[in-house]
Design a protein around this ligand. Structure first.
Ligand SMILES: *Cc1c(COP(=O)(O)O)cnc(C)c1O
Length: 304
């Protein structure tokens, strides 16, 4: 039994009406740890458990850390998550709620990550939040499920942080004979590391992350994500934070599910940038979720 669930796939009446075409939602917001990340991370953790690892280490104070903690609890393997001082109390408590130990170290992710790597020994598996082929193969199962359900689509909309979701969906499309289906890759302003690399024509690091969509806050995408933009149809879209937060609030009313701005960014393409979907009739949107935002936080962002 995989650690992730097969999630609902539904045709969204509100998003279809808002965008003037048929929009299907893959509801990975409903995974138990709150995001799609458990697909890839669950697969990676199971792989490492089978090969004899006795501890998992993560350096993510976000959904990846929560997913590793969840996987560890399910597999009865202890988990240590190293996070920087900037990590919210809510994120830390979501990780601890799964029984993992949280170590706070350093001002930034780089420092927490260095400390995490020091804690790795022969019996420990380090679980990267996005740059690992084991993760991509696990994320690809979301496309297998859509294809198995018999739903056809002519584009996939998803958000991009470090590009693990992009790499996984690309793999899922390829292994189902859908290599020509375009991917609409969405980032927020201030976290647009994929666009920076595409514009520069080479893998490029942002000087800083300035978006509130912290789950998209990888300063540099995985090499594989950049390669994908060169080898298959990928359209890049950048939305601003406000539009992403508004999309979260509308989605909460429309589908009664609360997601992070990282997910709102992708949904915003239907709500606010439907012009970017002009060539398509049936669009698959990955509702990737995210557990670290609260309604109070979304309202505060909307008011600011
Ligand atoms: C991690 C995450 C993303 C981005 O995924 P990457 O694999 O880093 O590109 C998007 N949305 C949510 C909610 C996430 O947790």
């Amino acid at each position: 039994m995989a650690l992730h669930l097969e999630t609902p796939l539904l045709e969204s009446r509100p998003l279809s009406l808002a965008s003037g075409r048929s929009v299907w939602l893959k509801m990975d917001a409903l995974q138990p740890p709150g995001s799609f990340k458990i697909r890839g991370i669950g697969a990676a953790c199971e792989h490492h458990a089978r090969s004899g690892k006795r501890r998992f280490v993560s350096s993510s104070g976000g959904n990846a850390g929560i997913a590793v903690a969840y996987a560890g609890r399910r597999l009865s393997i202890p988990v240590s998550v190293f996070v920087p001082q900037t990590t919210t109390e809510r994120a830390k408590s979501l990780i601890r709620q799964e029984g993992a130990e949280v170590f706070v170290h350093g001002a930034s992710w780089q420092e927490a990550n260095e400390r995490a790597l020091e804690a790795v020994d022969a019996e420990t598996a380090f679980i990267h939040p996005f740059d690992d082929p084991l993760l991509w193969a696990g994320h690809a199962t979301m496309i297998d499920e859509v294809v198995r359900a018999g739903i056809t689509f002519d584009a996939v909309v998803l958000s991009v942080g470090g590009g693990g979701l992009l790499a996984g969906v690309s793999e899922g499309l390829d292994r189902n004979g859908l290599q020509n289906v375009p991917i609409i890759a969405v980032e927020t302003e201030g976290a647009a590391s994929l666009v920076a690399s595409v514009k520069a024509g080479k893998l490029t690091e942002l000087p800083a992350i300035t978006s509130i969509a912290t789950s998209l806050g990888a300063r540099k995408v995985a090499e594989r994500a950049f390669e994908i933009t060169r080898n298959r149809p990928v359209d890049c879209v950048v939305v601003d934070d406000r539009v992403a937060v508004d999309a979260c609030m509308r989605f909460l009313d429309d589908h009664r599910v609360l997601v992070e701005p990282a997910c709102g960014a992708a949904l915003a393409v239907a709500y606010a940038h439907a012009d970017r979907l002009a060539r398509f009739e049936r669009v698959l949107m990955i509702a990737c979720g995210g557990a670290t935002a609260t309604l109070t936080q979304l309202q505060a962002w909307q008011a600011s």
